[in-house]
Design a protein around this ligand. Structure first.
Ligand SMILES: NC(=O)c1ccc[n+]([C@@H]2O[C@H](COP(=O)([O-])OP(=O)(O)OC[C@H]3O[C@@H](n4cnc5c(N)ncnc54)[C@H](O)[C@@H]3O)[C@@H](O)[C@H]2O)c1
Length: 363
């Protein structure tokens, strides 16, 4: 791994912050300039066992008094009970407005710890230290925080930006291979929605990506963060452009919902959803067959699902339509899609007739 740290800036006026990408990242680098005295590290059981001592040491070296709160790993922990535990930990740690919450982990930790930071004392600063590929390229950047309710995913939350995102790529070596590959689906998404050169690089270097080639990974993660930063800077609160980040997610969310969370990881469902969205794009939006095949082929080469009718190819359209209609991003009863006309560019808010969607789904 090169020791060079890459910096990507998220430009949001007074809420601007930097993302640092390297190894042994500068956790808490900006904190010394902010008169911060106390930090509460929030992590899950898997990540804490591996990286809590490293993170604690970094913050202590920055002169902070450090407390920690660890909850069981997994999506079920993104819930109200965990929030109650986190608020207790914040009180016990005597956090005040000058304190900081440090989210050490994947998207589950980042979302819950971010919501703690957004809501405790009406807002304390927080730092994201993402340890999954998905969290590095997606969830740690952009300020969406929140938890699930029994009635649905991400129903409670806030837009709340971190003061710093510290990506330590070395943490990926312990991540399960399947989790890593699921993160690659979001990487491919950035190529399709924004950057044809990134997409071509991914096509050329699938083996190196699967092997986690350090230099390639640093470049690719940095490029994804740049794209997310650009999109978020233009549309912080998802009023428009940010919708392009949902390419492949309309069907992806529906499949997760129908199959039950855990059958397919989020990135796996999004992979299948992107192949479907590419097919709808061919039928409705001028994407060429050759380009749709390239999207299919790169995902397949990365060992991700490309069968949009579920792992066994038997998910019924009626269930999918119902689940897509219940997605919280559906406005009124009209289904809106993100569709591509060429690799590197998409349009959002595309209305597609149900019959056309059904026809593509049935193949
Ligand atoms: N806020 C956003 O913008 C946003 C965007 C996308 C997804 N999300 C949310 O992110 C969550 C999914 O995130 P995720 O995929 O990172 O899942 P996750 O946080 O559950 O992590 C996946 C698994 O990997 C383990 N793990 C994490 N880092 C590890 C490491 N370095 N080594 C070994 N094990 C490690 C975790 O303990 C967990 O078991 C979902 O709740 C989703 O809603 C949020």
């Amino acid at each position: 791994m090169s020791n060079e740290t890459k910096i990507v800036s998220v430009d949001l006026g007074e809420r601007s912050y930097d993302i640092s990408i390297g190894s042994d990242g500068p956790v808490g680098a900006v904190l010394s300039g902010l008169d911060v005295k106390r930090a509460l590290i929030v992590s899950d059981s898997n990540v804490a066992a591996l990286y809590l001592p490293w993170c604690r040491k970094k913050l202590s070296e920055a002169g902070l008094e450090v407390s920690e709160c660890v909850f069981p790993a997994g999506e079920p922990s993104k819930c109200l009970e965990t929030m109650a535990m986190l608020y207790d930990a914040a009180v016990s740690a005597r956090l005040d407005r000058s304190s900081v919450v440090v989210a050490l982990g994947g998207g589950v930790v980042g979302d819950a710890a971010g919501f703690l930071a957004a809501s405790y004392l009406r807002g304390v600063r927080f730092v994201q230290v993402p340890t999954t590929l998905l969290a590095m390229v997606d969830s740690s950047v952009g300020g969406k925080t929140g938890i699930n309710l029994p009635q649905g995913k991400n129903l409670v939350g806030a837009f709340y930006q971190p003061v710093e995102v510290d990506i330590n790529l070395d943490t990926l070596v312990t991540l399960q291979n399947r989790e890593y590959r699921a993160g690659l689906a979001e990487v491919v998404k950035y190529g399709v929605i924004w950057d044809a050169d990134l997409f071509a690089l991914l096509e050329q270097r699938t083996d190196d990506l699967l092997k986690q080639d350090p230099m390639l990974l640093a470049d690719v993660v940095a490029r994804c963060c740049e794209i997310k930063a650009e999109v978020v800077s233009q549309d912080e609160r998802e009023g428009g452009l940010r919708a392009i980040l949902n390419f492949g997610h309309t069907l992806g969310h529906a499949l997760e919902n129908i199959l039950g969370y855990g059958e397919w990881l989020h990135g796996e469902a999004v992979s299948a959803g992107m192949v479907y969205a590419a097919e709808v794009s061919v039928a409705q939006h001028g994407l060429t067959r050759v380009e749709a095949d390239r999207i299919h082929d790169v995902l397949q080469a990365l060992q991700l699902p490309v069968q949009w009718r579920g792992p066994n190819g038997d998910v019924a359209w009626s269930l999918v339509l119902d689940a897509m209609g219940r997605d919280k991003k559906t406005i009124g009863s009209v289904l809106k899609f993100v569709l591509s006309d060429r690799i590197g560019h998409v349009d959002f808010g595309c209305v597609v007739a149900e019959e056309a969607l059904a026809e593509v789904f049935s193949g």
